[in-house]
Design a protein around this ligand. Structure first.
Ligand SMILES: Nc1ncnc2c1ncn2[C@@H]1O[C@H](COP(=O)(O)OP(=O)(O)OP(=O)(O)O)[C@@H](O)[C@H]1O
Ligand SMILES: CCCCCCCCCCCCC/C=C/[C@@H](O)[C@H](CO)NC(=O)CCCCC
Length: 395
């Protein structure tokens, strides 16, 4: 901690230019995150560094679920740096608020960065940005990222509910980590029910959930139809060079989503990819399924080829197999999958069994629960800028 304090102080001692005000940040803090320990941890490990760095901090504590999204969506003008202090749920809300804004794209174009302080119980994105085995060090590292103002762009998945007979499409939800559906997700989401098992709770959850029958609402069978568009490294079909000449923008460009690139970097007009934009389709039936961004999946980072990783698990699992795989995951092992696909856009139309109409089926988006619905997911590569600390600058 001492090293971080000294470094923060160096920033605080830098002269402020005549007339300019000290840097201001607004912290949106979820006081119930990490079983209500978030405020205490913020005051202990984050606030002192910000103060030493001479930053003026305005804290807004959220009072209900959804407020972080509302706050970011309704700010008159984004002047201060916004820092989200909480877990995955609060971060995903803030990003949804930012991208739902009428000027959301403007904020993104100006590379308006967001700070993420891992003060929740599940901090998937922050953990990949500031990984450290010690939680306290991760909080300090994340705070240093805000102080040093080093940013990097990360991917976002835009999730839209498809219009059906009984459902009108709502506003999109944006996600930074991923979506999970199936029996392992259900077990993870229900682990708190077994709190009286204390430390053993995450283990016994898989045993109890594994013993439950189909009617219990556990998604033993995630079935549906998947259509997806393959990713592309950039080719003559999907990349257009930025042209300074405004006349090059035709009215129909409004309807065509183009990847834009720096004209000098590469001439994509000569790159031919017949598969670019190809749509593939398949049915699926599995105990476990997920969509993941490159932000939390190091194997998904392939330069110039951004994609959503779609992982489909086995069609069924035995009771011991379920418990064993659940425990493997608890130890941080990668999930066992039957099929892994890469997509830049996809449509999922779940098929729910007739007799389960009265049973609710849930999925997780950035570890928050949502009801299963048909969706369209679009990858927005490098859409949001976040503060981070390069590995070598940590103390
Ligand atoms: N004052 C509040 N009261 C209740 N819920 C809130 C409040 N403020 C925020 N929330 C909600 O708390 C949920 C969990 O927050 P978050 O993911 O940040 O923390 P967490 O500790 O990682 O959560 P979890 O216990 O789900 O792992 C979010 O859905 C958020 O909207
Ligand atoms: C592995 C992949 C499996 C995928 C299968 C099914 C996925 C179903 C996802 C359903 C996602 C719904 C998200 C969108 C909701 C919004 O229209 C709506 C806006 O008004 N609601 C909210 O923002 C707030 C909602 C708050 C709820 C708590």
């Amino acid at each position: 901690m001492r090293g971080y304090c000294e470094e923060a102080l160096r920033y605080g001692e830098m002269p402020v230019l005549n007339g300019s005000r000290p840097r201001q940040i607004t912290v949106i803090l979820n006081p119930v995150a990490d079983k209500r320990k978030s405020r205490k941890n913020f005051d202990k490990y984050c606030a002192p560094l910000l103060h030493l760095a001479g930053i003026s901090v305005n804290i807004i504590q959220t009072e209900f679920e959804g407020q972080a999204r509302e706050l970011v969506e309704s700010l008159d003008e984004i002047v201060d740096t916004i820092v989200v202090a909480g877990g995955d749920g609060t971060v995903s809300e803030a990003v949804t608020g930012l991208l739902r804004r009428a000027d959301g794209d403007l904020a993104v174009q100006r590379k308006f960065p967001i700070g993420i302080l891992p003060l929740g119980r599940t901090n998937t994105v922050a953990t990949s940005l500031f990984f450290d085995s010690a939680k306290v060090k991760m909080m300090a590292k994340a705070t240093m990222g805000v102080i040093q103002e080093i940013t990097k762009p990360i991917d976002v998945i835009k999730i839209e509910v498809l219009e059906t007979e009984d459902e009108l499409p709502g506003k999109p939800v944006y996600c930074l980590g991923g979506i999970q559906w199936g029996a392992y997700r259900d077990a993870y989401a229900k682990k708190d029910k077994y709190w009286y098992w204390g430390m053993l709770r995450s283990y016994v959850t898989y045993i109890f959930m594994g013993l439950k029958s189909e009617e219990s609402g556990v998604s033993w069978q995630c079935k549906g139809h998947l259509s997806y568009i393959l990713p592309c490294k950039g080719c003559s079909k999907c990349v257009q060079a930025v042209e300074n000449d405004k006349s090059a923008h035709r009215w129909w460009h409004v309807f065509v989503q183009r990847q834009v690139t720096d004209p000098v970097s590469k001439d994509y007009s000569k790159v031919i990819n017949e598969h670019c934009g190809s749509k593939l389709e398949q049915d699926f039936s599995t105990v476990d399924m997920s969509l993941t961004t490159a932000n939390v999946c190091p194997n998904c980072i392939r330069d110039g080829d951004p994609h959503i990783q779609v992982a489909i698990g086995p069609p069924s699992v035995s009771f011991p197999g379920f418990v064993w795989e659940g425990w493997r995951r608890k130890y941080g092992k990668a999930p066992r999958t039957e099929q892994v696909l890469q997509a830049r856009e996809l449509e999922i139309r779940p098929v729910l069994k007739n007799n389960s109409e009265n049973t609710e089926h849930w999925i997780s988006i950035d570890n928050e629960d949502y009801e299963v619905k048909p969706i369209y997911a679009t990858l927005l590569p490098k859409k949001v800028h976040v503060f981070y600390t390069p590995a070598e600058s940590s103390s």
